[in-house]
Ligand binder design. Structure first.
Ligand code: NAD
Length: 297
């Protein structure tokens, strides 16, 4: 029975997952390599629950109980009592594998491990641990507190007991599941990322402006966000990492990240998390950032 959940990496995804878990009554241990990220995560969790209280969606006593279930920890040693540890660090295979190497000596033998990876092989990540049968993909959607789905991904060695136990956690979080085989990008990002990349090519080739592309896709295809707004929400660095995995593993040039998307990442314009991506978020309303070179003169 899973009662204590460890979350490693508390950027936008880890923080959202932590909120869903404490509201569902789990005890949650949070860890991040960056103390600043950890402090920001705790502050943003508090703000988010406070907003729910203000909107009468949560009783103040329940907010306090939820916050009391959170513990931020500096050392991975503190994960020894966890029943499940979920990794939500940066989308980088080497970093994730070396984190598991460091973490595993501190875990109980029964502890399940999950990764929120967007695209990396669950089988390969599981193989880098001492427990591939107790390892699987638990792919939350962004923003976690709003999105009703978790994509479940079984590695080749994931046991049915692990799959069922993680499925029960998702049910207790009040979310739905879609099950994907363990192939690059799984179901959702295999379909979503080529659309986002194509939207960036449409700017790059001068087919349309940022506003026209997003408005066209929002109103023309009934999506709640345009692909460029969504890319800014996901994080442009994460988009490039996912596309690179798809391109490398599938060998198909349709997945090659658009040079303009790469350029944004090179500039450190990563989307909402740096307050600048396809839109500038520093003012009251987002303002599109890209103008073609000849428009600048
Ligand atoms: P993010 O950049 O917002 O946060 C990543 C966090 O991981 C940072 O706080 C960083 O300090 C921390 N970190 C990096 N290396 C670490 C290490 N070795 N040990 C501990 N902490 C470490 O990223 P994110 O958008 O929250 O994405 C996290 C994961 O979730 C990635 O695998 C990503 O592919 C996946 N994901 C992202 C989205 C999305 O829309 N952004 C959606 C689903 C899944």
């Amino acid at each position: 029975m899973i009662e204590k959940i460890g979350i490693i990496g508390v950027g936008q995804m880890g923080t959202g997952i932590a909120q869903a878990c404490i509201l569902a009554g789990y005890d949650v241990f949070l860890h991040d390599a960056s103390q600043e990220a950890l402090q920001e995560s705790l502050a943003s969790l508090d703000r988010s629950l406070e907003k729910k209280v203000a909107r009468n969606k949560l009783l103040i006593q329940d907010k306090e109980k939820a916050i009391a279930r959170l513990k931020s920890v500096e050392s991975l040693k503190e994960f020894q009592s966890c029943d499940l540890v979920l990794e939500a660090i940066t989308e980088n295979e080497t970093a994730k594998k070396s984190l598991f190497k460091e973490l595993i000596p501190h875990l109980s033998s029964q502890c399940l491990l999950a990764s929120n990876t967007s695209s990396l092989s669950i089988t390969a990540l599981g193989h880098a641990t001492d427990r591939p049968d107790k390892f699987m993909g638990m792919h939350f959607m962004n923003p976690v507190v709003v999105m009703p789905l978790v994509e479940l991904v079984r590695g080749i060695e994931t046991s049915t007991a692990t799959f069922n136990a993680i499925g029960d956690v998702v049910k207790r979080l009040g979310k739905e599941t879609a099950v994907s085989e363990d192939y690059p990008g799984f179901i959702i990002n295999r379909i979503l990322l080529p659309m986002i990349n194509e939207a960036v090519y449409a700017i790059f080739e001068g087919v349309g402006t940022i506003e026209a592309i997003d408005k066209g896709m929002r109103l023309g295809t009934n999506q709640s966000m345009g692909p460029l707004e969504l890319a800014d929400l996901i994080g442009l660095d994460t988009c490039v990492s996912i596309l690179e995995v798809l391109y490398k593993t599938r060998g198909d040039s349709k997945y090659k990240p658009c040079p303009l998307l790469v350029k944004y990442v090179e500039a450190g314009w990563l989307g909402r998390k740096t307050k600048q991506g396809f839109y500038d978020y520093k003012g009251e309303h987002p303002v599109p950032t890209y103008r073609r070179i000849h428009d600048l003169s």
